[in-house]
Design a binder for this molecule. Structure first.
Ligand code: SF4
Ligand code: SF4
Length: 80
């Protein structure tokens, strides 16, 4: 089976740092940023590679901060 490639974008300003997306990711490609957003949270961030576009992070985020893209470029957003 061909490996699905994807990536995500996280709206760091809306993120509350709950970590649910980090726990939901089956390939462990999301982590907390060391930086703070304007609300004082450490937002989640994409590690930069390895996303398989499963959408679990999007589904787990209570604040709808994450957009999942399938493919290497921003051509086919999965959830927008
Ligand atoms: S779409 Fe899936 S693989 Fe990609 S970052 Fe989100 S949970 Fe991880
Ligand atoms: S689930 Fe949403 S609010 Fe929680 S850390 Fe991830 S992006 Fe931030």
């Amino acid at each position: 089976m061909a490996k699905v490639e994807g990536y995500i974008e996280i709206d760091a300003e809306r993120c509350k740092g709950c970590g649910l997306c980090i726990n939901a990711c089956p390939v462990n490609v999301i982590e907390f940023s060391e930086d703070f957003n304007s609300k004082g949270y450490h937002p989640a961030r994409y590690k930069g590679e390895g996303c398989i576009a499963c959408g679990f992070c999007y589904l787990s985020c209570p604040d709808v901060c994450i957009t999942v893209f399938r493919g290497a470029r921003k051509k086919s957003p999965v959830n927008v």
